[in-house]
Design a binder for this molecule. Structure first.
Ligand SMILES: *Cc1c(COP(=O)(O)O)cnc(C)c1O
Length: 472
């Protein structure tokens, strides 16, 4: 057969769309997506035919069934939302790339209610007049942190930017050299400082900074002293940081405000749960920091947000800053934040209700129980995939508690004749992508971050892996 004949035998778009096997798929996706996918696949074959050498022509097999299967797979892929659920089997609780903190199921209804209906966002129902979007969370933040006043913006990077811009534009801010941190590439203290218009006055050495280092650098142009919590690394050994009380004392002496960026901003003393102590927001405020900033979606376990708490006179100035409008949070974030904060009012229940807290404080016996349950479900279906229960460690993630190792249980998967890399790719390509860990050429599922209602998805994926590693 020659090329011309082969090309003429190529199916037409309409022929493919009228095939029995594709009808169900067509119903579920927009026509434009389907036509685009079909055209692309046919084009691909046309190009393949045109590039064939003469001697290859007779062996060319146009397998129409396979073509339709490929098309269905493409449509399913294209039809999926780009931003969608995955299963986090990495054990990294605050996984920055997988969305950091998870919102509590308890408050989903409130978020949907506000998102899909008109709301009290900037309306005061008691007076019938205009209200402020920030009022919904201010009182509860003050109650939980002991602060006089509070303001919420888009994230903690924005919070730091706004604070510095309001407090220290064209003025100096003193920071220890040991605290000029970089948080995930796009946030570096010196750069944020520059963007804010404040002038960085770095003092001390990388490993040691003393009170006199700050004091010797105070002048008539000093607007603030800044302490940055080195959340994502630790300096150990011959080192010294000035603590917040000492800074506050110095600030009082010279009438200079002290700002603390504590990053993770927990409301809970984690040392009660056998995890490394992290400074709580309540403590920073109680120790006299004039302004404290922290994230909503790190250890707090809420939505992405930056929370600023502190003295009323400073927060009032920030509320009037033009930047605040550009950094403002939307109604879904505010609802999720208010809902999350309300859960903290019941200290006993909050650990169970906020997924981040639940996963971080889950003891290894409970993880073992969960892991055994998943293991038995896997071994029920697995014949060629070998699954083993092993001990290991999970990480906190999100640049929080960098050296914390949380004891956990993992399921290690192995399949004769299939590389770990291929297996990882297969699970990652599953309908609900399963994101695993690879360690010393072993594929690992850390059960700490897997919910029980996700077990069946994992089992289905492994079943398909058994049958030759092709997605159904
Ligand atoms: C994480 C972090 C930030 C940035 O917070 P985002 O909410 O990610 O913008 C800033 N400062 C410190 C100390 C942090 O740990």
């Amino acid at each position: 057969m020659d090329k011309k004949n082969l090309l003429m035998r190529l199916p037409k778009v309409d022929e493919i769309l009228s095939s029995e096997t594709i009808i169900e798929t067509i119903k579920r996706f927009p026509r434009s997506t389907i036509v685009e996918v079909v055209r692309n696949r046919i084009d691909e074959i046309r190009k393949a035919i045109l590039s064939l050498k003469d001697e290859e022509l007779k062996n060319f097999d146009l397998n129409e069934d396979k073509l339709i299967q490929d098309i269905i797979e493409d449509i399913e892929k294209k039809g999926n939302m780009s931003l969608r659920k995955v299963i986090n089997a990495t054990g990294v609780v605050l996984h920055t790339n997988l969305g950091r903190a998870l919102i509590s199921e308890e408050i989903v209804k409130d978020i949907v209610d506000v998102a899909c209906n008109y709301s009290t966002l900037e309306f005061d129902v008691s007076t019938g007049k205009r209200g402020s979007r920030y009022s919904h969370v201010e009182e509860i933040i003050c109650k939980l942190t002991g602060a006089e006043s509070a303001l919420v913006v888009n994230n903690n990077a924005a919070a730091v930017l706004l604070v510095l811009n309001t407090m220290a534009k064209n003025k100096e801010v003193i920071v220890s050299r040991g605290q000029l941190v970089e948080i995930g590439g796009s946030f570096r203290v010196p750069e944020v400082m520059m963007q804010s218009g404040a002038i960085l006055k770095e003092v001390g050495a990388t490993n040691k900074t003393h009170v006199y280092d700050y004091e010797n650098n105070i002048n008539e142009n000093t607007a603030a002293i800044l302490k940055v919590h080195t959340s994502n690394y630790k300096i150990l050994g011959f080192c010294r940081e000035v603590d917040i009380e000492e800074m506050v004392e110095l600030g009082k002496k010279y009438d200079i405000p002290v700002i603390e960026d504590i990053g993770s901003g927990t409301f809970i003393d984690f040392s009660k749960y056998g995890i490394t102590y992290e400074p709580t927001v309540l403590e920073s405020v109680a120790r006299g920091a004039d302004i404290v900033t922290f994230s909503g979606d790190k250890l707090l376990g809420g939505p992405q947000a930056g929370i600023i708490v502190g003295r009323k006179k400073y927060i009032e100035r920030m509320k009037k800053n033009q930047l605040t409008r550009a950094l403002r949070v939307d109604k879904m974030t505010l609802t999720a934040l208010e809902g999350t904060l309300r859960l903290y009012l019941d200290e006993k229940k909050v650990i169970e209700k906020i997924p981040t807290l639940k996963m971080l404080t889950m003891d290894s016996d409970r993880i073992k129980e969960k892991a055994e349950k998943l293991l038995s479900k896997i071994t029920e279906v697995a014949k060629t995939v070998e699954a083993l229960l092993i001990e290991g460690y999970s990480q906190v993630g999100g640049g929080s508690m960098p050296i914390e190792k949380l004891p956990t249980y993992l399921i290690s998967l192995n399949k004769e004749g299939l590389s770990t890399k291929k297996m990882e790719e297969f699970l990652r390509g599953f309908t609900i992508p399963i994101i695993c860990r690879i360690n010393e050429d072993r594929l690992l599922l850390d059960v700490r971050t897997i919910e029980e209602d996700e077990f069946d998805n994992i089992v289905t994926a492994i079943k398909q892996l058994e049958t030759g590693g092709k997605h159904e």
